[in-house]
Structures are given as structure tokens and as C-alpha cells.
Design a protein around this ligand. Sequence first.
Ligand SMILES: [Zn+2]
Length: 428
Amino acid sequence: MKPTREELETAWDRRLQTDRRELSDYLASVDDRHHIDPRLVPPIVWGFTAWDYIDPAERDMIFAGMTRRMLQRAGQVMPVYQRSESFQAALHDGRAAINSMDDLVGFPMLVKDGEHGFRWRALEDPFILAPTDAESTSTTLTVYKSGGTGINEATEGKATPTFLSDRDMKMESQASMTRLLMPIGFYPGMRVMNVYSVEHKGGVMLNIAFHLLGVGLLHPRRQTEDLNVIVNDIERYGIDAIAVVPGTVQTAKTGQGPAKGGGITFQSIYGRDRALFGPKVHTAFITGYAISDDVVALAERLRERYDMRVSSGWGASEAHPGGVSPVFGSEERICKYNSQHLIQGPHHLGVVDISSGTPRPVRVGEEGLLLVTTFGRHDGTLFANYVIGDKVKLESLDCACGRTTPVVSNIRREDNERELIAGGCAYS
Ligand SMILES: [Zn+2]
């Protein structure tokens, strides 16, 4: 029997109660919760759903303590920062003055391209992005390349390496399992078709997260698989849920761009066999930038008609998970479809305005650059204020679903080199 929405909501509430206790026990077990060494945090701690619901001021202080340590370490062991005068200048005698995550704006932004960018240096010597003190050595770290999928001409052919250990992947997968997959209606025992490419880190990590959750998985044989085969397999294998890109994605340059990672999309599967959706496939995770209005309208129709659960998320090779639009909770909540809660910890996602030339955290209603800081990582690449190339609008700090994390909307790719430099992005 498939669980009902009410049963899943009850299971989620129970999970949250347990996780509140476990997080509270964990924080009571450390010497000083505002000075935790992030490398000593067990991966499972990042899977506690309670992180998304606790007092935001308290969460901010805990993460600021970890970020302080990470930045100090990064200044010593990450070649990209060791060689950066502006980064070293932001560290005062090797110490990072971070008492709140907002203080991160005092650190330089790590930009990819242009004169001040690190990517051309990383292409010459990728190991500038690998910490020299990693407990897993650089020979056992896995390199995941990003930015080469050709979503637009700005990223095509360039691949930013992210170094990750097995332990780092466990941490991200644990966080993704509980804080991304469970809130969007995935549950143990369901059968999932994962259409995301396992050639990309996001696809690999989703697989690990699905396995942690305990779902049965089916992949298309290849990304260019015939749509009829996909549709037949959904029927034949009794698939309950699909993880797939939407039909179209928004890009800054072209408005509507082609789907990321291949031709199989939510819309194309729906277009081939509408009868699959609702009674059979009742859960869909569709991500890959902003979901177009027509896909949102379709998702709403499916929800009204079949109580189908359609959600989105945000993530990147450099940091995962990043955002989620949960499907449970009151109708008043704003975190639906393109409005996503940022998932804070094991990475920090900041939204910063640089239009005045002095970076500052944005206020509700404003747009800004999404900055990634991977403060929780054990062995892999430490990104600090990394300009991943996405812009978002800060919608709310007070969502009716009870999460205390920011809700952002209109996530879209936008690398504008001139604007970045004018905004103070100097990295050499
Ligand atoms: Zn919410």
C-alpha cells in the first residue's frame, strides 16, 4: 500500500521530533557549540532535519563558529587562498573575524572567470583547489567537474573541479536524504526512476541518498534513451516516482533554454503518456533551474486532481544539497515549486548584493548573488564565498511551514563578469 499524504506528514513530524532530540543531544555533547571544529562533526549530524527549524540566531552562531575555523584552515592549506592577497588580508594574523554568517561579506568572493577568476589557474593546476592537509590524500579524493554541461555558452567546455572524499559524499548524501528527499515525499520502499545522469555528481549523490533512504532505483540505459522505452519501463517496473529535469529551464541570456543534461524531461514523459501520472507516478522531483510557468501550472493540476507531489530543489557539484521546495504543510506556505528553502549546513548559501560596490546581505524582496561556503567539509575543496553563477530573489525569512531558513525564488544562472568586478570581486 502506498502511504497517503497524511501518513507521510505524520512520519515527517515524527522524524522532526526525533531529530530535534538528537541535534540537542549532539550540541550538548560538544565543549562549546559556538566553537565546533566542523571536521569532527559526524556525517549523520548533517542529516538532522531539526537544523532547518531551530532558532535562526542560534543556528547562525553555531555555523559562524565552524566557518571561522574553516576559513582559518583554508587560508593555510588551500593553495588558491594561500596565494590570494585579498583572502590573506581578510584574515587578520591568520584569524577570521566571523561572529555571524553575515560577516562573511568581509571575505573576498571567489569568482570563476575573468582576470580575477580562479578557473584558468585551476585548469593549469587543479590541485590549487585541494586542501594540502586532507586526511584522505589528494590521490584518494574524487574529482567532480562542473560547469561543462553547456547550459549556455558562458559555461560550456569549462570544468571547475571539486575534490571530495568518501566522507564528504556521505555527509552530503545524508543531508540530501533527510532534508531534500523526505520533505518532497520520497519514502522507503518506493520505486524511483532516476533520469539524472550518473555522469554528473548530482546524479551520483542522489543515488547514494536514494539508497540511504531505502528506495528501489531504475535508470534509463542512457540519457538519450527512446521516450517509448522510458514510458514502458515506468509501467513495467511499477515506478512510483521520477527524478527528472523540467521541460524548459530559464537562463539569463536566452530566457528559455534547453533542458539540462539531455532530452528526457518531465514534460516529454507527461506528453507521451498522461495516464501514467497520478495513480501510478505520484511523486516527481524536477530540478535544473527555474521551472517554467507551464510546468508549474501542470504540477498544480496534477496536485488538485490526483494529490500528486511535484517539487524542485537546487544543488551543484560544488555543494549539495542547496535548496528544496517541500510538499507538506499548510497551503499558506510560500515554499513551493520555484520558491525554495535554502538548506543551511553542511554548506552555507548566502545571498549578497554587490551593486553598490560594497557587498552586503540582501533584504527580503531583493535579488542577489548566491554565494556558496562549504564550511562543513572534512577533506575536500573548501569554497568560501564562491560565486557559483546563480542569482536569486530573497522571498521570505518567515515561512508558514515552520522552517526558519530563507526562502528564495527565481534561481537563475547569471555570470556577468563586469558586474562582478564592479562589485568588488577581486581575487588575485
Ligand atoms: Zn516553507
